[in-house]
Ligand binder design. Structure first.
Ligand SMILES: [Zn+2]
Length: 284
């Protein structure tokens, strides 16, 4: 075979892969989503993710489908000798999927979930004021630091999942960070026909730009900082005052676990999270 023919053949193969891979992936996802959740997985989820039982029927069916797709597509890697069980996979997938019930993306770029038996540590390089770089060790219960993987401590995931009304949930926290960093923007708003049923004009409602939304989120963050400075008791865990990213992740935990309370304590923040997640957990 001549060089030109070989190059042409290679180009055809690359093209076929480029076109074929997404089609195959979409087909696999549809097949996984059409499967019913096995009774085993459903039992683990019922025990560890009690909010699942409160979802309205339509969202519950969607949640099952998303969990199946998540389990079919993501790789779970046990670290420090941990053997990943179906309970771990089901629990982590169920918590992750609560956050994408109303969103378009389903963690499309996320490839693997690294699961440690308990809190793990990472080493950072920090520079002090004199410019001296030091290594600093931090203990973590979870981390979402790059687009292809998330790290979780199973002990912390399970312990926080078993206290479902406290607004503290390690898995929700890390998956919220992931979605924040993913940059897919806000959830698609409800169909225009639902919003403008009375006006008779079916104007298509647009998703507003992410930076306008982010500016409103920053305003809410700053009012939390003021409250912390004044020494007030805050509804949100004071860790939310760390920075806007932590504020978003902590508020997301409350959005799922203490929705009605969050809505009355911080109605504007609740509305912003509704805009991001495309769901209204206060009605679950
Ligand atoms: Zn965080």
């Amino acid at each position: 075979m001549g060089a030109a023919a070989a190059i042409a053949l290679l180009a055809v193969a690359v093209l076929a892969w480029l076109i074929g891979a997404p089609i195959l992936r979409a087909r696999r996802r549809r097949a996984a989503m059409a499967e019913p959740l096995t009774t085993d997985l459903a039992a683990h989820i019922a025990r560890n993710v009690p909010v699942r039982a409160r979802l309205p029927a339509e969202l519950a069916a969607r949640h099952d489908a998303l969990v199946n797709a998540f389990l079919a597509e993501k790789e779970f890697v046990g670290c420090n000798g941990l053997v990943v069980t179906d309970e771990m996979r089901a629990t982590i997938a169920a918590l992750a999927c609560l956050l994408v019930l109303g969103r378009r993306g389903h963690y499309d770029e996320l490839h693997s979930i690294l699961v440690y038996p308990s809190a793990f540590w990472v080493e950072d390089e920090v520079e002090d004021e004199a410019g001296v770089v030091e290594k600093r060790r931090r203990d973590l219960s979870g981390e979402a630091w790059e687009s292809s993987r998330i790290i979780l401590s199973w002990e912390d995931v399970l312990e926080s999942a078993h206290r479902p009304n406290e607004g503290y949930n390690v898995a929700l926290h890390e998956f919220a960070h992931y979605l924040d960093a993913e940059g897919l923007g806000l959830a698609a708003p409800p169909a225009a026909s639902d919003l403008h049923r009375d006006s008779g004009t079916a104007t298509k409602s647009a998703v507003r730009p992410l930076d306008a939304w982010a500016a409103d989120l920053t305003t809410e963050f700053e009012s939390l900082l003021d409250a912390v400075d004044r020494g007030e008791h805050t509804f949100l865990d004071p860790y939310a005052a760390e920075d806007v990213a932590e504020f978003f992740a902590v508020a997301s935990e409350d959005f799922i676990e203490r929705a009605a309370e969050l809505r009355s304590a911080h109605p504007r923040l609740y509305a912003l999270l509704q805009e991001f997640y495309g769901t209204d957990p206060a009605f679950w």
